[in-house]
Design a protein around this ligand. Structure first.
Ligand code: HEM
Length: 292
């Protein structure tokens, strides 16, 4: 059985560029059929295509985001297959987002009034353009030539790809947090991609904790505080609708922070507060094992 799985997951048919076409061709076919079935002469039709293209892109972003963590937490053929094809997952995400930006440009150029009145928010555009800049740089440096040109040093490549994937995860996660806990009538996809976003970052935190030296619990108080922070974070991920208005009341509209609110991506980080608590808790937990 294990040998069969190994042979299957190592077969050229589901690795590298073959895998890329298996994943991106159905995505492209769906976009073409959906365009034919929707009224692309209306802003609503084009906006629906923006949403569809992102929803087809999200699985590849999350899979690329968790690839290295899965190998640390569940070493085996499946996790190694995913890590081996992390670049392909990234390129499938980039392909889906290439569809999204083509529909965005269609909306902005052909339905400008709708875009200006219904969609345009300066801070969202700044976040989106930074996101696409990261995505473009990550895509180009996924190829040998691009990597030599832009990030000849391995540590620069690592920094770009780590900062980029966290920025893109944060964009998607923040969008779905607002859909689930702030705006009305979230649909099942909003919940699915929100909770997959929580699971993806939780896997990265767990893999980081696993990688730290597991010494004795030299500092029980710090360990207890760490566990409490993780618990608060976990509760916070499920109760956003209870605390979001309090957070917005106290963290938004703050005089000195107005320039940050206008221009700084994701400020004041309200959707990420529970994840911050979990990360700080994990840090305290590992530190409690290392000190003394
Ligand atoms: C300047 C760049 C961008 C613009 C103008 C833009 C614009 C839009 C628009 C108009 C929608 C549809 C809103 C609706 O009608 O519901 C949307 C949805 C979305 N966009 Fe973007 N976007 C940009 C960049 C990005 C980037 C970089 C990401 C990164 C992952 C992203 C992720 C999303 C997500 C997750 C949704 C929600 C889709 C859903 O409802 O499932 N966008 N965007």
């Amino acid at each position: 059985m294990a040998a069969d799985l190994k042979t299957l997951l190592r077969s050229p048919a589901i690795n590298e560029w073959k895998l890329f076409w298996w994943l991106s061709v159905p995505m492209g076919l769906y976009m073409i059929v959906a365009m034919l079935l929707r009224d692309m002469a209306t802003a609503e039709g084009v906006s629906a295509m923006i949403t569809s293209s992102v929803r087809w892109s999200m699985p590849w972003l999350y899979l690329a985001f968790i690839a290295s963590s899965l190998v640390a937490l569940a070493p085996g053929e499946p996790s190694r297959w995913l890590l081996r094809n992390r670049k392909i997952m990234g390129l499938c995400f980039a392909t889906g987002m290439a569809w999204q930006i083509s529909f965005i440009l269609w909306l902005v150029t052909r339905h400008t009034d709708y875009y200006v009145n219904e969609v345009y928010v300066l801070r969202d555009v700044i976040e989106g353009l930074v996101g696409y800049s990261f995505l473009l740089a990550m895509t180009v440096t996924s190829f040998k030539r691009g990597r030599q040109l832009i990030t000849p040093q391995a540590r620069h490549w690592k920094l770009l790809h780590k900062a980029g994937i966290y920025f893109l995860w944060a964009y998607a996660f923040g969008t779905y947090w607002y859909s689930v806990f702030y705006y009305d009538n979230p649909d099942w996809v909003h919940y699915l991609y929100y909770w997959l976003g929580v699971a993806a970052l939780s896997l990265r935190i767990a893999a980081w904790v696993r990688k730290q030296t597991a010494g004795e619990n030299a500092q029980p108080a710090m360990a207890a505080l760490g566990s409490l922070m993780i618990l608060l974070g976990v509760i916070g991920t499920a109760t956003g609708s209870l605390w979001q208005s309090l957070a917005h009341r106290h963290l938004e509209g703050v005089g000195w922070a107005m320039p940050l609110e206008l221009y700084m991506p994701y400020w004041p980080f309200i959707p990420y507060l529970p994840m911050f608590a979990m990360a700080v808790g994990a840090y305290l937990l590992t530190r409690s094992r290392q000190v003394g």
